[in-house]
Every structure is written in structure tokens, then in C-alpha cells.
Design a protein around this ligand. Sequence first.
Ligand SMILES: O=C([O-])CC(=O)C(=O)O
Ligand SMILES: [Mg+2]
Length: 530
Amino acid sequence: MTLLRDPLLNKGTAFTEAERAALGLRGLLPPCVLTMETQAERVLTNLRALPTDLEKYVALNALHDRNEALFFRVVVDNIDEVQPIIYTPTVGLACQKYGLIFQRPRGMFISSRDRGQIAEILKNWPYPAKLIVVTDGERILGLGDLGANGMGIPVGKLSLYSACAGVHPEQCLPVVLDVGTNNEELLNDPYYLGLRERRLTGEAYDSFVDEFMQAARKTFPDVLIQFEDFANHSAFKLLHKYRDEACVFNDDIQGTAAVALAGLFSALRVSGGKLKDQKILFLGAGEAATGIADLVVSAMMAGATEAEALRRNWLVDSRGLVVSGREGLSGHKLRYAHAGQAPIADFLTAIKTLKPTAIIGVAAVGGAFTPEVLKAMAELNEQPIVFALSNPTSKAECSAEDAYRYTEGRALFACGSPYDPVTLSGRTFVPRQGNNSYIFPGVGLGVIASRSRLVTDEMFMAAAHALADCVGKEDLAQGSLYPALPRIREVSVRIAAAVADVAYQRGLADGPAPNDVKALVQSQMYEPKY
Ligand SMILES: O=C([O-])CC(=O)C(=O)O
Ligand SMILES: [Mg+2]
């Protein structure tokens, strides 16, 4: 019976006659033995009959908790259909309703009441974690502070690790650090499952996170820790504090950067432009914006000086254009606070003044790429680059349809959430997601496979190139700047191999490089089957 209740071992009605006899399962299952294929069909039939995405999320979650192999089989074989349910955009709604839809816990909840005992508590996790995705829930996607409800994000990200890159589910540990929430609605929600208190700040917060970091590394030696959906003020601080001593990265800064840079490489293959000649205007000046800009600057420096490259990247935040001398700018924006430019209050005027070749939306202000913004970009550029990367769909700067319509089909477009193909004047465009989900699974696999001690920016640069290399002419011809999702496991292998190569070249890996890095990576991949 225990076996039927263990999602990592359960096969349900697919246990064979021999297994049923040997494992004491006779009489505990209906007599018919089904194949995994039939089970998967049944799952899909049930799923498709459900009226809402949230119900589909709940159903898939329940399957995940019953039978992991079947769950991952269904995800891998139907990634286009299922990823938007277990990941963005539906996961955002699931986090907002986390207390309401709660059935079984998944992952570990470490709350500020656990201070002093975190190492002890982590021992309750029964598996040898090699990969932790951790959030404190303060900035969940573009939805803001969702406190402990943010757990949906580490769970969703780790599902993609197993589905898209074959990191074994047993190695994956989702963690929420519950340091309270400042979200009034949640504090008053009878179903909210986190601590009903305001967020820890300052030294109390820092020392709590530090206790977690030390405890996690002690309990799970060599573990890779991915920071996810922390607010800006914590994200930069934590990354800089730990990146040189521990195997960590921040997905919202570095993963997003790599996926955006890969999208730019693809866009430039279409337009024929050079990266160093682009002028990029970001709407947003947080983790994603400066993460992307920093990686773009490094890439531009192949053909330009650092000063020239910096000057080709501009940020607009909630107070207007970031320029030198503006008061109260936080540290991460200072590289882009350029001199010799008067302040500009709004995005449209900034476009008309600076004449960018690309706009990248990462501010979680839904609809901010208005028809006027898109038309202005189309007037300035034969093929304007328009990336509307904010998440979930309600926060997207513009829809795919608007991006194509208001630029007469000339936009080179990418979006943070999935959009259906758009047909305009007889031409069909297939927009694809500029979402870090193309990057983090492969990066994690590469780091784990090479047992790298650290995760470096050079690895994200390598990942961006590897991803861009997977985009074919047929993709570009239909407006796709990324490869099709069903190819994601192959894409992840290439990214992982590129990342592992960097680890070996830089002496960060554990041991010498094998003859065939790609084969090493592939040999470690989990395949969902019985
Ligand atoms: O989760 C996603 O879809 C992308 C991401 O990291 C974020 O929006 O914070
Ligand atoms: Mg994120």
C-alpha cells in the first residue's frame, strides 16, 4: 500500500501481474493492467474536459502527487499544451489562489519561526537534493508580494527542470522562505497558509536567509541553489553576497538575460543588423532589465568599448528615463544613468527622443506598449524589435496580435507568456516565449552534470549562444525567435553541454573534462517511464 502512495514509485494500474504478486499489491488494484500510453491518454481526456485552466492546474498537481513518472510523461509529450498550465501564465493564478486550492504540501516551507533550527528541519526532507529553487514570495512573477503562496513558483520551475532537462525529480527541492507578507489581502484571507505577520526586514531578514543558505549547503553538499522571484532589493544583494562562494544563480536576473540575448541574436539574423549597433530601451529597471542590459553589454563588447556598449542601453522606470544626476537611483541602475541627456518623464517621448531599435518590456505594467508606442517603433525602424516579457499574460506590455498589427507585421516579437499564432494580411506569425524557461533547465543540468562549484555569467553567455544556435531558418521565417517547445530536451542538452564546457575550461568542474561532454550530460537525464 505504501508503494501506491509514493508518487516516485507508484505506477497505479500499470503495475504488472508479476510486480503485483511480488510487491503485495494483489487485490489493491483493479485487475486490468494498463500501459503508460493508455494512462496518459486517460489523463489528457480528463484534462481536456475541464472548463478552466485553474482546474487543469489542480488536476495536474494531483497527478504529480500520485504518480510522477506519468505526470512527467504527460508534460514531456504535450509540452505546448501543458506548460502554460503548470507554468506561466496559470501558475500565477494558482499562486494567488494557493490557499484555496491546497490539497497536499510539496516542497519545504521554512518560516522565520524556524530560526536557529533550519539545519535540523532540512533533515526532514527524505531525498538527496541537488537542486533547490527558493523564493521568499516577495515578487511573484509580475504579481507582487504573495508571501508563502509563492511556493507555486519553485514547484513549477522544478517541474520544468525534470520535464525540459531531465533533472531527476528526486533531486529537486522547492523551498519557500516564509518571512511574512505585506499583502493585506492575504493577511486577511482565511485560507492563507503562511505566517500572518509583516515581512522581516534588515538584519533579521539577512541573517535568516543566511542561516538557510548555510544549512542548505551543509545538508545537501554541492547543491545548486536558484533564487527566484525575490524583490529587487533582495535579489541583487543575495546574488552578490553568495555568487562567489556558493553554487547559486538568480533566474530573474541571469536566466532572463540569457533568453533575451538569444532572442536578440535571432532578431538580428532576420534584420541583418549587428548587436553593437542596436539601441535598446527597457521599460523597467529591475532584475530583468539590468540583468539583460548587463549581458547585452558584455556581448556588444565583442565589437565596441564598454562605454559605447553601455550608452546603447537605456532604462525607463516608474519615474521616467534613468539619467545621470537623477536622485535616489538604486545601485544596480547606475551603469545606465547616462550623462548629457535631459530627464524624460514617459516612455513614448523617450522612444521619440532616443530612437531605439529595440524595446524590451520588463516592468509588469500590462498594456504599456500602447498602439502609439508600437507605431512609433514601426516609424523609426524597418524591423523594430519588440519584446513584451512581463508575466503573466495580464502583465504583458502588449499582446502578440497588437505587436504585429500596429507595426504592419514588421515587428520582431517575443513575449513572456505564450501567445497563439497571429494571422495578418494572409501571413501567419508564430510568436514564441522569451521566457527564462528556455534557459534555466539546461543551465541547471550543465552545472549538475559537471559538478561545477559556481555558476558564472560566462555560462549564461554560452547558454544564450547555444539557445540561439537552435533556432532554424524555418523558425525565423514564421517570426519565431526561439525553437519550438517540443524540441526543449534537445535544446537543454546543447545548453547544458555549453555550460559544462565553461565549467571544465575554467576549472570550476569536479574533475577533468570527459571526451564527450554532451554524452555525459545526456547520461544523467531522467526519462519518465516505468
Ligand atoms: O516564471 C516566469 O514565467 C518567468 C519569470 O521568472 C518571472 O516572470 O519571474
Ligand atoms: Mg521568476
